[in-house]
Write a protein that binds this ligand. Structure first.
Ligand code: 7TS
Length: 415
């Protein structure tokens, strides 16, 4: 028994073997083997997910939830498998709490519009943080404009840690929603969302967590967190684009009006009046991205086999290695130095514009993102135009980090 367990653990964390399952990582770009460090923007898919999508298109495709013919039922089962697996993956209590969306952005817009239109009034406050992605700012600004609600911002310090005493000060009976990022895509900060949720609940305020950069990198348990809403995207966790999840507590989702109207989300339609389908379908109007959902079910199985705790440990090891190596480079400044960080390193090179850093790194086939990373307010608060950002996945290697370090030194010599 002991032996078997050992074997399983070893197999699960054979990182070379895991890496070899990602076909794109074998490619050469600009004459060098690809070093892909832009996982925060989008991660790569393993062969088995690509194969599953291909197989679905070749053998199983039909529309879902509407046909009694065999193929439609098969497609529906394959598509619904992602919901079943996702419920377990994030430990939601009920399957119908897993709403399919097109991604984090869509999930947040859904809550802002559906929950917000029903519950927000003139003078109500929506509390977000200083390190939000635009996807967790703009939808709240839009609903604030529509309802007369006001946006309030939890500030952060120079390390990129939220000022929790300020959060407690801002929280009041006027607060009608708290929406906070779990892991910052720019700074890497892992926010104490459990504490934030607990404090908000003391005021009966629901909390939406933007988990786009958390779910791919650590075990997330929505019940343990007691999150009311939790949003994320498949394509940042080795799944396909165009697909995402909104987790919501059943009671809240049941009371919310639909976000978009059309087929599938209805119970009965007449010209006089339409009634709604039950959740999750009430929020899933029209033909969904079926093949992406089918592929995502395979992704979840893949991640489960490795284990999210193993993934988190591997990424922490790579983060530590990269932070040490990058810190040794003269003239390099890391932006985002919170105590609790995920595997994201934003950096500046003295006197060299981040865009130039990214362009020269690309010549060496090192893919990083440069710019404001859809977090312009973070850039404003640090008084910088942007950063270069290496965002690391479990399938990266120490060799990738060494190549990044060499690449950065090359950039410095170039200028
Ligand atoms: N929230 C966070 C924290 C994100 O990092 C992103 C995407 C989103 C929301 C939006 O996700 P989407 O799938 O709906 O687009 N972040 C990034 C990034 O860091 N670089 O490119 C996209």
């Amino acid at each position: 028994m002991q032996e078997t367990l050992k074997t399983v653990t070893k197999t699960n964390t054979d990182w070379e073997a895991i890496r070899s399952q990602f076909p794109i990582l074998k490619h050469e770009v600009n004459g060098h083997k690809l070093v892909y460090l832009d996982n925060g923007a989008s991660s790569q898919m393993p062969q088995r997910v690509i194969d599953r999508i291909n197989d679905y298109h070749s053998n199983e495709h039909a529309n879902v939830h509407r046909g009694i013919h065999t193929l439609s039922q098969k497609a529906t089962d394959a598509f619904e498998l992602a919901r079943k697996r996702m419920r377990k993956f994030i430990n939601a209590q009920y399957e119908e709490e897993i709403i399919y969306t097109t991604g984090t952005t869509d999930s947040i817009n859904l809550v802002a519009q559906s929950y917000g239109r029903k519950h927000f009034n003139e003078g109500d406050e929506i509390l977000i943080s200083a390190m939000e992605h635009h996807a967790n700012i703009v939808p709240w600004q839009m609903i604030a404009e529509q309802t007369g609600a006001v946006l309030k911002v939890i500030p952060m310090d120079n390390n990129g840690e939220l000022l929790l005493n300020e959060f407690h000060r801002l929280l009041s009976s006027k607060t009608k929603m708290v929406a906070v990022v779990h892991v910052s895509n720019t700074l890497g900060t892992i926010n104490p969302v459990q504490e934030i949720i607990e404090s908000a609940h003391a005021y009966d305020v629901p909390v939406l967590i933007d988990g786009a950069q958390a779910v791919p990198h650590m075990k997330v348990d929505v019940q343990a967190l007691d999150a009311d809403f939790y949003a994320f995207s498949a394509h940042k966790m080795c799944g396909p684009t165009g697909f995402g999840i909104l987790y919501g507590k059943r009671k809240l989702l049941n009371e919310m009006p639909p976000y978009r109207g059309g087929g599938d989300m209805i119970d009965k339609v007449t010209f006089e009046k339409t009634t709604w389908n039950d959740i999750p379908h009430k929020f899933e109007a029209g033909t969904p991205p079926i093949s992406a959902g089918v592929g995502f079910a395979e992704t979840i199985a893949f991640l489960n086999e490795i284990g999210m705790d193993n993934i988190a440990a591997r990424e922490q090891e790579l983060l530590k290695y990269a932070t040490e190596k990058l810190s040794m480079i003269d003239g390099l400044q890391i932006v985002g130095t919170a105590k609790s960080k995920a595997s994201v390193i934003s950096f500046l090179l003295k006197d060299i514009h981040p865009t130039d850093v990214g362009t020269i790194l690309d010549q060496k086939s090192i893919a990083v993102r440069t710019g404001h990373h859809c977090t312009q307010p973070i850039m404003d608060s640090f008084g910088i135009p942007g950063t270069a950002r290496a965002s690391i996945s479990f399938y990266n290697s120490k060799d990738d980090i060494d190549r990044l370090v060499d690449g950065i030194k090359y950039v410095q010599e170039f200028f």
